[in-house]
Design a protein around this ligand. Structure first.
Ligand code: ADP
Length: 259
């Protein structure tokens, strides 16, 4: 294993080298802790829905003569839990694919088509409970992977809907900021306290666990967004006012914008 090789390489009395090696080992320990926490988190996330499904199956076996309405309720609840597991597994697969660093095709992104898609999906998610608007639209000509950008920006829009109470407004658009193309997604939702902002892209980090789950969240959305944006050398800037709303802005490097 890697740590053994590292400790075997320690040369006595060479303090600089020792320092470097101990930094490598600390780094390795940090990676191992992150990995352990991740496995624990995944197990926990899967255990809860499995327990619920198992419980209902047991009830149905024990009470085979229960009425049709009860059976229907149980089946509906089981279905919801399997969907939750399915979403989690899909997100895990997406993350692992992104982490493997597989290359994807890059070409000019069809921004009008992408915006149309984002708006249609937002309206589908909102089911008429929010106003979904296209704000400023300085349509840039951008190079990237359409599917990945659709997934990343779509995640931001779906979060905006999920964390905005009914009656709120979600505004998406493209602006020129610092002389480059910037996608913006603004909501009039619950907002995020400043201390949480730096941690939002960590896997399974949620400000409010219950709220995230109730709205179908896996806790992996922004981790996926972070990966995709990193591959596009884009930067995400989160600004929020607790209780009033948030803005997620994605700034692309000039090198990706065709003038
Ligand atoms: P989840 O599946 O929990 O939504 P994400 O990774 O997409 O996972 O987001 C992480 C957390 O960031 C969420 O649980 C939520 O607390 C917070 N968050 C993300 N987007 C917003 C938003 N637009 N408004 C308020 N909170 C948000």
């Amino acid at each position: 294993p890697a740590e053994q090789t590292l400790s075997a390489q320690i040369v006595p009395f060479d303090s600089t080298r020792k320092l470097l090696l101990s930094r490598d080992i600390t780094q390795l320990e940090r990676v191992q802790t992150v990995h352990r926490d991740f496995v624990a988190n995944v197990s926990h996330e899967l255990r809860t829905p499995l327990t619920v499904v198992g419980g209902f199956i047991e009830t149905m076996i024990d009470m085979p003569s229960s009425d049709a309405a009860t059976r229907e309720t149980h089946l509906q609840l089981m279905y919801e839990q399997t969907q939750r597991m399915q979403r989690l597994v899909e997100d895990l697969l997406t993350l692992s694919k992104l982490e493997s660093g597989a290359q994807v095709r890059e070409e000019e992104v069809d921004i009008p088509q992408l915006m149309q898609l984002l708006r249609t999906e937002a309206n589908g998610l909102s089911q008429g409970r929010h106003t979904v608007e296209i704000g400023r639209l300085d349509r840039p000509r951008l190079i990237g992977n359409h599917d990945e950008l659709h997934s990343a920006l779509g995640n931001l829009v779906s979060n905006a809907i999920r964390y905005t109470p009914p009656g709120g407004t979600i505004t998406i658009g493209w602006e020129k900021r610092d002389d480059t193309a910037c996608f913006t997604c603004r909501d009039t939702g619950i907002g995020i306290a400043p201390e949480h902002i730096p941690r939002l892209t960590e896997r399974f980090y949620r400000v409010d666990r219950g709220r995230s789950r109730n709205t179908g969240g896996t806790g992996l959305g922004l981790a996926i967004v972070k990966h995709i944006l990193h591959r596009h050398q884009a930067q995400m800037i989160i600004t929020s006012d607790l209780g009033k709303g948030s803005e997620f802005a994605v700034k692309f490097p000039q090198a990706r914008v065709i003038e």
